[in-house]
Design a protein around this ligand. Structure first.
Ligand code: B12
Ligand code: SF4
Length: 428
């Protein structure tokens, strides 16, 4: 039996070859799915960000993973395969948020995690008993799991490797799909399994899949202490609060933390409250940066523009704030109302969604009028404009000159920012 995995590109890129990427990281989701497939099944994989799919390559089963940005393209691919008489299974975060939509295109849709459902669906397919929807009743235990990277053989990716530590997040931000998918329940891998995984991961550069690399202090102390001899360089996402703990930041540095990412979103308290992001306290940032600077850990920040209550004046203030610090990267994005999140429901009930199923439009989502803004505070194109301004040579050099990080980190950050500037349109 032959099985084909598909990691789709974003649909609008299909018609704009210059937007197709030439660089990218391995998609860990596919390595996870591969680890769940019985050994006697021959597997093939198309990463459509880099390569065209050969629809005529023989296969019995097609397994597509979709997020909200790649859902439309995933559906188009499913339809093409179905015309050829192939059986298609769709899963992933978007299929979990919108199972009824996905099941219009798939023979079977898998809601939630793959660990229990994918092996079951493959077994049912072999028996000719494939069901329309699979939904596990329980969360997967993150024990004895691994990523099977053999599926990436023959493909070229950036050397950074993802390693999973946890799934889910204890917080409940209204715009967040992780909160909607995992409902505030966090599952953690046993420390020793993460360490074994790291030992067997050939690359020195690790990106942890972990919503808050500071949660559960006892766990973190043990993990980071055991990582010290491995001499890896790692990055992860965490909350600003946790960076106030100098002992933790020092231990992170010793264990090889290269940089961290914080979902800062905005500097405006009212907007943070609207987002239900109460744990972001603006006055914490300077102290957190000071700790990070002391241990030479640059911080990347994610900024969302155009959320309920946001103003163009706020956008300017947050841009100036981020641009006045040398972050590893400031990432400015428009607020996207992801389906099934409370933020989406609120906009819908207030009649403020101009395009309810924006992910099904074959256009660059960054240029789509999705939300009805107030006349005085129209955010269309605003985050994009600030992203370009942030990546202007003038600002990159200004941040380099003003930075107090070590010379190695300053040069590295500058080079990374220039790389992002040059390749901005092919990112993703
Ligand atoms: C690593 C990562 C990336 C990597 C690799 C992506 C990948 N999927 O492998 C890269 C850098 C490419 C990436 C890019 C983007 N990402 Co990203 N990424 C992540 C991150 C941090 C981890 C994903 C991961 O590997 N998790 C571990 C695996 C094991 O879990 P999983 O993917 O959730 O899959 C589980 C289930 O969903 C399910 N499942 C998934 N697929 C399938 C398929 C089948 C058939 C089945 C049965 C089950 C199944 O089983 C898995 C385990 O049980 C997540 C945040 C997070 N914590 O999940 C964001 C996240 C997935 N990314 C997100 C976004 C928005 C993007 C970008 C659009 C960013 C951008 N503006 O460019 C691009 C999209 C590019 C693209 N072409 O897809 C959002 C998606 C939101 C949404 N509703 O779609 C997330 C959730 C971040 C967030 N908090 O909002 N990303
Ligand atoms: S803290 Fe981050 S991952 Fe957690 S719910 Fe908020 S946005 Fe989502």
């Amino acid at each position: 039996m032959k099985l084909t995995f598909i990691f789709p590109m974003q649909a609008y890129k299909k018609h704009q070859p210059k937007h197709r990427t030439w660089f990218g990281v391995e998609p860990p989701t596919v390595a996870k799915l591969k680890s769940l497939v019985p050994d006697d099944i021959e597997c093939n994989f198309y990463d459509e960000r880099f390569e065209d799919i050969d629809f005529l390559n023989p296969t019995d089963l097609v397994v597509i993973t979709i997020n909200t940005f790649t859902a439309l393209r995933g559906y188009q691919i499913a339809e093409e395969y179905k015309i050829l008489g192939k059986t298609v299974i769709i899963g992933g975060i978007h299929a979990t948020l919108c199972p009824d939509e996905a099941s219009q295109y798939a023979d079977a849709t898998i809601v939630g995690e793959a660990e229990i459902s994918l092996p079951k669906a493959i077994k049912d397919f072999r028996l000719g008993l494939l069901k329309k929807i699979y939904q596990p009743e329980e969360r997967a235990e993150l024990k004895n799991i691994h990523l099977d990277r053999s599926v990436f053989k023959g493909k070229w990716y950036l050397p950074v490797k993802h390693v999973e530590i946890s799934r889910g997040c204890i917080f409940d931000c209204k715009f967040c799909t992780i909160a909607s998918m995992y409902k505030r329940k966090v599952t953690l891998r046993p420390v020793d399994e993460v360490i074994e995984d790291l030992k067997h991961t050939k690359s020195k550069l690790i990106a942890f899949i972990d919503e808050d690399a500071s949660s559960d202090m006892e766990y973190r102390r043990e993990l980071y202490t055991k990582m010290i001899p491995l001499k890896k360089k790692w990055t992860a996402q965490m909350t600003v609060k946790s960076l106030l703990n100098e002992e933790l930041v020092e231990l992170m540095a010793k264990s090889g933390c290269f940089s961290v990412f914080i979902g800062m979103e905005t500097t405006n308290r009212e907007v943070l409250d609207n987002m239900n992001k109460k744990h972001n306290i603006i006055s914490d940032y300077e102290k957190a940066y000071a700790n990070c600077l002391k241990y030479d850990i640059p911080v990347s920040v994610g900024i969302i523009m155009g959320y309920e209550g946001d103003t163009l004046q706020n956008a300017k203030e947050v841009f100036d704030y981020v641009n006045s610090h040398q972050h590893f990267m400031g990432i400015f994005t428009t607020f996207f109302p992801f389906p099934s999140t409370p933020a989406y429901q609120e906009l819908k009930s207030k009649g403020k969604l101009l395009c309810e199923k924006w992910w099904l439009e074959e256009k660059d989502p960054f240029n789509l009028p999705i939300i009805k803004y107030d006349e005085d505070n129209d955010f269309t194109g605003v985050a994009y404009k600030y992203m370009l301004e942030y990546l202007s040579y003038k600002n990159i050099f200004k941040r380099f000159l003003e930075s107090k990080y070590s010379m190695f980190k300053r040069l590295y950050i500058m080079a990374f920012n220039i790389f992002m500037k040059i390749n901005f349109h092919s990112f993703g």
